[in-house]
Structure formats: C-alpha cells, structure tokens
Design a protein around this ligand. Structure first.
Ligand code: KG4
Ligand code: ZN
Length: 334
C-alpha cells in the first residue's frame, strides 16, 4: 500500500509517500518539504500567523512534489495520514483541511495522526526496531521519555517541567546573538569550544528522576552574559558549556528510564536528536550500560511527513479510516 503523509503542525509543510504492506516495515518513496526559516528568522522565533499563511501557499505544491518524485498519482495511493495535533492550531488546520479535501474528492481513506506518535515511530523508517523500546523525544516543542510498547501503546515516563530542550537552545542562541534557528548554530560553534569553559548547573527535578528542567541553565546563561560585561569568554566556549549541560541533563534521566524499563534499545528522536554531541555522548552512555542507541538521519529527526505516514500506516493497513469531521486539536493527548 502506498500512503500519502501530510504534516503541517508547526513551521514546516511536508509530504511523503511511503510504501508498506506490514506494520513497521516500510520504504520511503519520496519526501518533500517547504521550510519557513527565512520567514521567521527576523523575529527570532515562529510567528504562528505567518506559519499558517505560508502553509496555505505551499501545502499543495509540496504534496504534488512528493507524488511526482515517487512517480505516483493519487490513483496509486491507498490511504492518507495527516497530523491532527498537537501543534499550532492554524498550521494544523491547513494540512488537515487539505487532506480532507483530497480524501473527499478521491474517496481515499484518511486517518488523523498524533505528531508525537510520528516522532516516536520515526526511527522505524530506517531501522528494524522491535517493541518495546525507550524513546527520548527532544524537539523545539517537546522533551519527554516514552515507553513504546506497541503501535498505539505509549507510556509517558517523564517530561520537561518547563522549556523543551530545543527551545532552550533557540533562546540561548538568541541571547548570544547567534541567529535562528539556534540549535544547529550552537552545535557547530561548540565543536571548537571547551565544554568545561563555563560551569553551568545540572538541574534535577526533586522526587521525579525521569523529568527534565532546562529553564535554570537558560537563566544561568542570561546571568552570565549580563555579568560578563567585557565579553571575555569566547562564544564557542560558552556555547559548548551550555550544550554540555543540556546534553548531560538529557542523558541521566534517559539511562535511568532504560534501566527501570529494562529496555535494550533507546531511540533518540525530534529536532534536537540532530545534535552531534547528544548523539555521541548518549550512544556512549547507552553502550557503557549494555544498551543500543538508534537515531534517525537528520531529515527524519526534525518534523517530516514520512513519520506521520508510518504512524498512520498501522490503522490504514487494517482498513480503518477517520470520519472527515475530525478536528485539529492543538493539545491532542497521546
Ligand atoms: O522536531 P523539530 O523540527 O520541531 C519541533 O517539533 O519542535 O525540532 C526543532 C528544534 C529547534 O529547537 C532546533 O533548534 C533544534 O530542533 N535543533 C537542534 C539541532 N538541530 C535542530 N538542537 C541542537 N542541535 C542541533 N544540531
Ligand atoms: Zn516535531
């Protein structure tokens, strides 16, 4: 079955064509994405109204591009999987209404997908990944640990109490005047920096060893910058020290959760999963603990439609469909 995936929950409009006959075994035939970094850069963050207006213009061309590069037309497609939440409501509505229109006109079955479920299953696009596994989802909007027990069976073990890790990266980059989006810039700058250059706190959430907190280190960087009027610390040392603190605060609860769960495999996913230091150090920590780390390639770490297609494939392969009356839900629970 060929599945058309559609994703527009935040600032990227994406489409993908996925071939699958068995849940969890899939081949990505094509992906297409319209990125809006140039639109939001001037504001140093995502402006929701501009994001949804952008999607209105790009969503159909993106879908057409994905179909064309898969050498397919709608006649070849067996079902549509579309993100229905969580995310920005205006952004979500554009993709969802577009999917409904295509489903109505073609008669194809359509299923609504939870964006987080997409991130949790994204590692399956490239790796044979038997259930159960532990997933660390770490993006601009989410930082959480889940036990992935089966398709549709997810148990949240811990989450951030304040900022998402990606949000902390973006805010610190903005404070340092490095540009947008900040995660990748800090990652690159840190390569030449000393991670021990500046001492930043490693926060722990009291009585909740599997939860995270990143607002403290973000404030610590702000205070450091305010106190250091001469700017004598090299930006690469500052970036590397901040990054090291975030990475260590991600690793400790993850390894603790893997032990608690007895999980052999840890899947790392979400935009911050692209961070080279996090990938290296978490892989080493997992290995030292007798476990394996699985992380998708960059294009499946950040928001994409292939992960939405694989998340929707389970229900589509069973012949299920959602009514065309389903709504977007910005706070859709998993
Ligand atoms: O998953 P994603 O594309 O969108 C959300 O659902 O949030 O994640 C975007 C986030 C941004 O905060 C961005 O700064 C961060 O992922 N990011 C990184 C890196 N690449 C992207 N953070 C740290 N290091 C990177 N290399
Ligand atoms: Zn995401």
């Amino acid at each position: 079955m060929l599945i058309l995936g559609i994703e527009s929950s935040c600032d990227d409009a994406a489409a993908a064509v996925l071939a699958t006959d068995r849940p969890g075994v899939a081949e990505v035939r094509a992906t297409a994405i319209a990125n809006q970094d140039d639109v939001h850069r001037a504001y140093g963050g995502i402006v929701p109204e501009l994001a949804s207006r952008g999607h209105v213009v790009t969503i159909m061309p993106v879908i057409e591009r994905a179909l064309a590069s898969a050498n397919a037309t709608l006649d070849d497609i067996g079902g549509i999987a579309v993100t229905r939440g969580p995310g920005l409501v205006g952004s979500l509505l554009v993709g969802l209404l577009c999917a409904k229109g295509i489903a109505q006109a073609s008669g194809l079955p359509m299923v609504g997908v939870n964006h987080l479920e997409g991130h949790l299953l994204a590692p399956m696009l490239e790796h044979a990944l038997p259930f159960p596994y532990l997933a660390l989802v770490v993006s601009g909007g989410h930082t959480a640990l889940f036990a992935v027990e089966d398709f549709g069976r997810y148990r949240r073990l811990g989450a951030t109490r304040d900022d998402a890790a990606g949000e902390a990266f973006d805010k610190v980059a903005k404070m340092m005047g490095l540009g947008y989006p900040g995660g990748r810039i800090i990652d690159e700058l840190s390569r030449s920096g000393d991670p021990k250059g500046v001492k930043f706190p490693r926060a722990r959430v009291k009585n909740a060893p599997l939860d995270f907190s990143f607002s403290g280190v973000k404030t610590a960087v702000a205070l450091f910058l305010a106190g250091e009027r001469g700017g004598t610390t090299a930006p690469n040392d500052l970036a590397a020290s901040f990054q090291e603190a975030v990475v260590e605060m991600l690793i400790r609860p993850t390894i603790a959760a893997a032990r608690e769960l007895g999980a052999d495999t840890i899947a790392l996913t979400g935009g911050v999963a692209a961070n080279s230091r996090l990938r290296d150090r978490l892989a080493a920590a997992a290995e030292a603990d007798g476990r394996r780390l699985v992380a998708p390639s960059f294009k499946y770490c950040t928001d994409n439609a292939a992960m939405i297609a694989i998340a929707g494939s389970y229900r589509l392969l069973r012949g299920e469909r959602d009514p065309l009356t389903i709504d977007a839900n910005p706070n859709l629970p998993l």
